[in-house]
Design a protein around this ligand. Sequence first.
Ligand SMILES: CC(C)(COP(=O)(O)OP(=O)(O)OC[C@H]1O[C@@H](n2cnc3c(N)ncnc32)[C@H](O)[C@@H]1OP(=O)(O)O)[C@@H](O)C(=O)NCCC(=O)NCCS
Length: 246
Amino acid sequence: MKRDIELQLIRIGYQLRTAEVHDIEAIQNLVARRCNPFVVRQISESDLFRCITFGFLFVLLDGNGEIAAFHATHAFGDVERSAVVLFVCVDSSHNGSNLAVTLGRYSSLTALERGMRIKRTWVHPANMATLINHLNYEGYICDGFHPSLFMKDQVRMTISLLLTPATIMNNRIDTQGASHFLASHSEGRHYLCIPTDDFAALADLYRHTSHKIVAILPPNDLHGSARYLALPSERLGMNSVRNTER
Ligand SMILES: CC(C)(COP(=O)(O)OP(=O)(O)OC[C@H]1O[C@@H](n2cnc3c(N)ncnc32)[C@H](O)[C@@H]1OP(=O)(O)O)[C@@H](O)C(=O)NCCC(=O)NCCS
């Protein structure tokens, strides 16, 4: 499966390889071009070194041999064997080809090969491109909402993906299928929908219900903006996912 991804990337003009320590500077330059200073500070040389040496960090080279994208993951020896994504970044001149999802899938297959059982990361709730990639395309579930994850007011959603060949390859959400589900089930009883910019409602959802967000529904005739779709944990077989709320 990993070879299929490598070949698919070659067909569209990219070469995927494992990063080496000498790539750290170019990776940091890409983050500096793409992200705000707060994020840049969070992705340190030693973090990248740890991913390269003890986890897995893949770079995607363009036709000129420049780094167009990277995906960095830490591997932990905790009881759940967690693979924790440090960062994924695609240079803006290469956006629009779902490269982050392709790299995410490749990294999940690598984590599975190495005996990791769950993939985890955290995302700011306004980072729609990343959330669409992770929830709708890769199949992560949002297991927690934290108004102050690292520091006061550093709001983040924590998201996780159980690692099996089936979840990695088939967990893509069919948003049309989701619309049929909504039409044949009742809001409040079988599912909840929340506007993506309503952080107070997100906090309430995770504080007061067992529902977890599984997808982002695009705007439609009835709803002018995107919404989160949340399902009860019992429907999601989430007993095996550790509750990370704090
Ligand atoms: C997030 C990121 C990695 C995605 O890169 P990419 O794979 O090239 O993403 P694409 O441009 O192909 O877009 C992916 C999906 O998000 C959607 N999307 C992109 N920007 C969006 C936005 N501002 N609002 C809503 N949806 C958006 C796209 O439409 C696409 O979905 P579709 O294929 O269903 O149309 C890239 O934007 C990036 O490097 N951002 C800065 C770093 C960052 O935030 N990293 C994540 C840290 S948690």
